[in-house]
Design a protein around this ligand. Structure first.
Ligand SMILES: [Zn+2]
Length: 246
Protein backbone atom coordinates (compact mmCIF):
# COMPACT_ATOMS: atom_id res chain seq x y z
CA UNK A 1 0.00 0.00 0.00
CA UNK A 2 1.15 3.50 -0.79
CA UNK A 3 0.28 6.72 1.00
CA UNK A 4 1.80 10.13 0.86
CA UNK A 5 4.82 10.34 3.13
CA UNK A 6 3.45 13.45 4.85
CA UNK A 7 0.08 11.83 5.38
CA UNK A 8 1.92 8.92 7.01
CA UNK A 9 3.53 11.37 9.43
CA UNK A 10 0.09 12.65 10.40
CA UNK A 11 -0.55 9.18 11.83
CA UNK A 12 1.79 10.08 14.70
CA UNK A 13 -0.56 12.80 15.96
CA UNK A 14 -3.38 10.24 15.89
CA UNK A 15 -1.24 7.66 17.70
CA UNK A 16 -0.34 10.27 20.36
CA UNK A 17 -4.04 10.81 21.03
CA UNK A 18 -4.62 7.05 21.25
CA UNK A 19 -1.78 6.76 23.74
CA UNK A 20 -3.24 9.58 25.84
CA UNK A 21 -6.71 8.01 25.70
CA UNK A 22 -5.25 4.62 26.64
CA UNK A 23 -3.50 6.17 29.65
CA UNK A 24 -6.72 7.84 30.76
CA UNK A 25 -8.63 4.54 30.45
CA UNK A 26 -5.91 2.79 32.44
CA UNK A 27 -6.06 5.48 35.11
CA UNK A 28 -9.83 5.10 35.33
CA UNK A 29 -9.50 1.33 35.77
CA UNK A 30 -6.77 1.54 38.40
CA UNK A 31 -7.91 4.65 40.25
CA UNK A 32 -6.53 4.54 43.83
CA UNK A 33 -9.59 6.61 44.82
CA UNK A 34 -11.74 3.58 43.90
CA UNK A 35 -9.81 1.37 46.30
CA UNK A 36 -10.22 4.01 49.03
CA UNK A 37 -13.99 4.07 48.48
CA UNK A 38 -14.13 0.27 48.57
CA UNK A 39 -12.20 0.03 51.81
CA UNK A 40 -14.25 2.81 53.44
CA UNK A 41 -17.45 1.08 52.27
CA UNK A 42 -16.26 -2.15 53.83
CA UNK A 43 -15.47 -0.43 57.14
CA UNK A 44 -18.80 1.42 57.04
CA UNK A 45 -20.59 -1.93 56.69
CA UNK A 46 -18.66 -3.41 59.61
CA UNK A 47 -19.28 -0.44 61.91
CA UNK A 48 -22.92 -0.27 60.91
CA UNK A 49 -23.27 -3.93 61.94
CA UNK A 50 -21.47 -3.12 65.21
CA UNK A 51 -24.03 -0.37 65.92
CA UNK A 52 -26.89 -2.82 65.28
CA UNK A 53 -25.27 -5.37 67.61
CA UNK A 54 -24.75 -2.75 70.33
CA UNK A 55 -28.35 -1.53 69.93
CA UNK A 56 -29.62 -5.08 70.30
CA UNK A 57 -27.49 -5.52 73.44
CA UNK A 58 -28.90 -2.35 74.99
CA UNK A 59 -32.48 -3.26 74.04
CA UNK A 60 -32.12 -6.76 75.53
CA UNK A 61 -30.82 -5.33 78.82
CA UNK A 62 -33.53 -2.67 78.91
CA UNK A 63 -36.14 -5.39 78.44
CA UNK A 64 -34.53 -7.39 81.24
CA UNK A 65 -34.52 -4.37 83.56
CA UNK A 66 -38.17 -3.77 82.71
CA UNK A 67 -39.03 -7.35 83.49
CA UNK A 68 -37.28 -7.12 86.88
CA UNK A 69 -39.03 -3.85 87.67
CA UNK A 70 -42.31 -5.59 86.92
CA UNK A 71 -41.36 -8.39 89.30
CA UNK A 72 -40.42 -5.90 92.02
CA UNK A 73 -43.75 -4.14 91.48
CA UNK A 74 -45.63 -7.42 91.86
CA UNK A 75 -43.82 -8.14 95.13
CA UNK A 76 -44.49 -4.61 96.36
CA UNK A 77 -48.23 -4.95 95.61
CA UNK A 78 -48.31 -8.22 97.41
CA UNK A 79 -46.62 -6.68 100.48
CA UNK A 80 -49.12 -3.81 100.45
CA UNK A 81 -51.99 -6.25 100.22
CA UNK A 82 -50.62 -8.41 103.05
CA UNK A 83 -49.95 -5.36 105.19
CA UNK A 84 -53.50 -4.19 104.59
CA UNK A 85 -54.86 -7.54 105.71
CA UNK A 86 -52.70 -7.48 108.84
CA UNK A 87 -53.74 -3.92 109.63
CA UNK A 88 -57.42 -4.71 109.16
CA UNK A 89 -57.36 -7.01 112.17
CA UNK A 90 -59.92 -9.21 110.40
CA UNK A 91 -57.59 -12.25 110.02
CA UNK A 92 -57.29 -15.23 112.29
CA UNK A 93 -54.15 -15.87 114.33
CA UNK A 94 -53.15 -18.67 111.93
CA UNK A 95 -53.63 -16.41 108.89
CA UNK A 96 -51.64 -13.72 110.66
CA UNK A 97 -48.67 -16.06 111.16
CA UNK A 98 -48.88 -17.19 107.52
CA UNK A 99 -49.00 -13.59 106.35
CA UNK A 100 -46.00 -12.65 108.45
CA UNK A 101 -44.02 -15.55 106.97
CA UNK A 102 -45.04 -14.56 103.48
CA UNK A 103 -44.00 -10.99 104.10
CA UNK A 104 -40.56 -12.08 105.26
CA UNK A 105 -40.12 -14.20 102.17
CA UNK A 106 -41.42 -11.33 100.01
CA UNK A 107 -38.87 -9.00 101.57
CA UNK A 108 -36.06 -11.43 100.69
CA UNK A 109 -37.41 -11.81 97.18
CA UNK A 110 -37.61 -8.04 96.74
CA UNK A 111 -34.07 -7.60 97.96
CA UNK A 112 -32.84 -10.30 95.54
CA UNK A 113 -34.66 -8.68 92.66
CA UNK A 114 -33.26 -5.26 93.52
CA UNK A 115 -29.72 -6.69 93.62
CA UNK A 116 -30.27 -8.25 90.21
CA UNK A 117 -31.67 -4.99 88.91
CA UNK A 118 -28.66 -3.07 90.17
CA UNK A 119 -26.31 -5.49 88.46
CA UNK A 120 -28.30 -5.20 85.24
CA UNK A 121 -28.26 -1.41 85.42
CA UNK A 122 -24.48 -1.53 85.56
CA UNK A 123 -24.40 -3.84 82.55
CA UNK A 124 -26.80 -1.51 80.75
CA UNK A 125 -24.57 1.47 81.47
CA UNK A 126 -21.60 -0.38 79.96
CA UNK A 127 -23.69 -1.43 76.96
CA UNK A 128 -24.90 2.14 76.43
CA UNK A 129 -21.33 3.42 76.50
CA UNK A 130 -20.38 0.76 73.94
CA UNK A 131 -23.31 1.83 71.76
CA UNK A 132 -22.27 5.48 71.94
CA UNK A 133 -18.75 4.46 70.93
CA UNK A 134 -20.03 2.35 68.04
CA UNK A 135 -22.25 5.20 66.83
CA UNK A 136 -19.47 7.77 66.87
CA UNK A 137 -17.15 5.33 65.08
CA UNK A 138 -19.84 4.75 62.49
CA UNK A 139 -20.39 8.48 62.00
CA UNK A 140 -16.65 9.00 61.52
CA UNK A 141 -16.43 6.29 58.87
CA UNK A 142 -19.52 7.65 57.14
CA UNK A 143 -17.82 11.02 56.85
CA UNK A 144 -14.67 9.30 55.63
CA UNK A 145 -16.68 7.40 53.02
CA UNK A 146 -18.31 10.59 51.83
CA UNK A 147 -14.91 12.26 51.47
CA UNK A 148 -13.51 9.24 49.61
CA UNK A 149 -16.48 9.28 47.22
CA UNK A 150 -16.02 12.98 46.60
CA UNK A 151 -12.33 12.48 45.80
CA UNK A 152 -13.16 9.59 43.49
CA UNK A 153 -15.87 11.60 41.73
CA UNK A 154 -13.45 14.51 41.31
CA UNK A 155 -10.84 12.17 39.81
CA UNK A 156 -13.42 10.62 37.49
CA UNK A 157 -14.62 14.05 36.38
CA UNK A 158 -11.01 14.99 35.70
CA UNK A 159 -10.52 11.86 33.61
CA UNK A 160 -13.79 12.48 31.76
CA UNK A 161 -12.64 16.03 30.91
CA UNK A 162 -9.29 14.79 29.63
CA UNK A 163 -10.97 12.03 27.64
CA UNK A 164 -13.36 14.47 25.97
CA UNK A 165 -10.48 16.77 25.03
CA UNK A 166 -8.36 13.97 23.59
CA UNK A 167 -11.34 12.50 21.74
CA UNK A 168 -11.89 15.86 20.04
CA UNK A 169 -8.19 16.13 19.19
CA UNK A 170 -8.23 12.56 17.92
CA UNK A 171 -11.19 13.25 15.64
CA UNK A 172 -9.40 16.30 14.26
CA UNK A 173 -6.20 14.30 13.69
CA UNK A 174 -8.16 11.48 12.01
CA UNK A 175 -9.97 13.94 9.72
CA UNK A 176 -6.61 14.97 8.22
CA UNK A 177 -5.68 11.41 7.16
CA UNK A 178 -6.80 9.83 3.87
CA UNK A 179 -9.49 7.17 4.26
CA UNK A 180 -7.58 4.08 3.22
CA UNK A 181 -4.55 4.90 5.38
CA UNK A 182 -6.82 5.65 8.33
CA UNK A 183 -8.66 2.36 7.78
CA UNK A 184 -5.35 0.48 7.88
CA UNK A 185 -4.35 2.33 11.04
CA UNK A 186 -7.63 1.40 12.73
CA UNK A 187 -7.25 -2.27 11.72
CA UNK A 188 -3.75 -2.40 13.21
CA UNK A 189 -4.89 -0.52 16.31
CA UNK A 190 -7.57 -3.13 16.93
CA UNK A 191 -4.90 -5.82 16.73
CA UNK A 192 -2.38 -4.09 19.01
CA UNK A 193 -5.04 -2.78 21.37
CA UNK A 194 -3.19 0.52 21.52
CA UNK A 195 -1.94 2.39 18.48
CA UNK A 196 -1.86 1.58 14.77
CA UNK A 197 1.35 3.42 13.96
CA UNK A 198 4.67 4.28 15.56
CA UNK A 199 7.66 6.35 14.64
CA UNK A 200 10.85 4.58 13.65
CA UNK A 201 13.46 6.31 15.77
CA UNK A 202 17.14 5.41 15.81
CA UNK A 203 16.26 2.13 14.06
CA UNK A 204 13.84 1.20 16.80
CA UNK A 205 10.08 0.83 16.42
CA UNK A 206 8.71 3.08 19.17
CA UNK A 207 5.55 0.98 19.27
CA UNK A 208 7.16 -2.23 20.49
CA UNK A 209 10.65 -0.90 21.26
CA UNK A 210 12.32 -3.55 19.12
CA UNK A 211 15.27 -2.52 17.01
CA UNK A 212 15.04 -3.51 13.37
CA UNK A 213 17.58 -6.09 12.28
CA UNK A 214 19.86 -5.55 9.28
CA UNK A 215 17.54 -7.12 6.75
CA UNK A 216 14.48 -5.26 8.00
CA UNK A 217 16.40 -2.03 8.12
CA UNK A 218 17.64 -2.49 4.53
CA UNK A 219 14.08 -3.16 3.38
CA UNK A 220 12.77 -0.01 5.06
CA UNK A 221 15.72 2.03 3.77
CA UNK A 222 15.14 0.87 0.21
CA UNK A 223 11.38 1.30 0.32
CA UNK A 224 9.78 4.17 -1.53
CA UNK A 225 9.03 7.04 0.93
CA UNK A 226 5.38 6.74 -0.04
CA UNK A 227 5.30 3.01 0.59
CA UNK A 228 3.53 2.14 3.83
CA UNK A 229 5.93 -0.08 5.80
CA UNK A 230 5.01 -2.13 8.83
CA UNK A 231 6.97 -3.30 11.85
CA UNK A 232 7.51 -7.03 11.43
CA UNK A 233 7.32 -7.48 15.17
CA UNK A 234 4.19 -5.59 16.22
CA UNK A 235 2.53 -4.91 12.88
CA UNK A 236 2.32 -1.15 13.38
CA UNK A 237 2.74 1.22 10.47
CA UNK A 238 6.32 2.44 10.77
CA UNK A 239 6.51 6.16 10.21
CA UNK A 240 9.90 7.30 8.94
CA UNK A 241 11.30 10.67 9.93
CA UNK A 242 14.71 12.33 9.81
CA UNK A 243 15.46 10.66 13.14
CA UNK A 244 14.79 7.14 11.93
CA UNK A 245 18.48 6.34 11.58
CA UNK A 246 18.18 5.04 8.05
ZN1 LIG B 1 7.01 -2.58 16.44
Amino acid sequence: MKADHFDQQKLLALAAEDIALGQLAHRRRTLPENAAVESATERERELSAAVVRAETGVRDLQREVGRLEGDVETVRARVTRDQGLLDSGSVSAKQMTDLQHEMQSLARRKSDLEDQELELMEQLETAEAALAGARSGHEAVQAELERARQLRDDALADIADGTAQHETARAEAAARIPGDLLALYERVRTQTGGTGAAVLKARQCQGCRIELNGRELAAVRNADPHEVVRCENCGRILVRTAESGL
